[in-house]
Design a protein around this ligand. Sequence first.
Ligand SMILES: [Zn+2]
Ligand SMILES: [Zn+2]
Length: 278
Amino acid sequence: MNWKLTGWEGINLSVPEDWELSSVDGNREKGTFSLDDGYSIRVEVEWEYPKSTFSMENLIEKYMKELIKKGKNIKCNIVKIKTNFFADKSGAILHWKNHEEGYSSVSYCKKCGRVLFLRVYFPDKRRSKEIFTRILNSLSEHPEQGRETWAIYKLVFSAPENLKRISSSLKAGDITFTFQETQGKGEISLSQIALGNILLKKQPLSAWTKERMGGKIIEEKQEERDNHSYFYFRYKKKTLSLAWEKGVSWYCPISRRIFLVTGNTDPSLLKIYCHQEK
Ligand SMILES: [Zn+2]
Ligand SMILES: [Zn+2]
């Protein structure tokens, strides 16, 4: 079984390669995402910052009751699994089963005060404990050296932790993220477009970029580096705007995707792994 990284809103975990993002909701403060394997849901992650009155015992009890209510004849227990995940955390691991099986962890991070739920489902009950343990051991929720990793639909990049996602569009083959600095006015967008090899048969990267940017480009430069062609440009976001923003697009011949980074801040704030593993 091959494994890959998934990263969303500062939460990273390794999952089997064919488990892919299927839904997202919320933001950094409170949110959820789920992954499925093309047939059924396999992972759900949920996070929030609880009120100061919260008690872990009550939370676990409430959570167990909810799990039991979700299906027929569910048996649910607290189980012990050897893991380093609970360093600096309080919480528990729950195991439930009927004709299916699942593991959940409920944890409270003493460092940042966040409550995190991880649920992993096993419709066929195979290697369930082993797979759950590997996912749990890989789960991290803090930036590394001030950066956070995002990883979905083969798009893997890292961003400084002070960049907050303000929007994302997750269309098949065309993904866009927009981030804003938490302090200041910096804004940066990143797009990944699939099938670049086909798109660039019709026109060169510069023409593709100009079309995508809606003809707002006012300065340009092309460069070849490590077999990748880059197109650097400046543009005006609005016709009447006085400020010029910066952009770069490139084609990765290995992943055959086009990447486009634009904004009023340094495009290199985002580190994009266009073909290499993180
Ligand atoms: Zn934390
Ligand atoms: Zn590349």
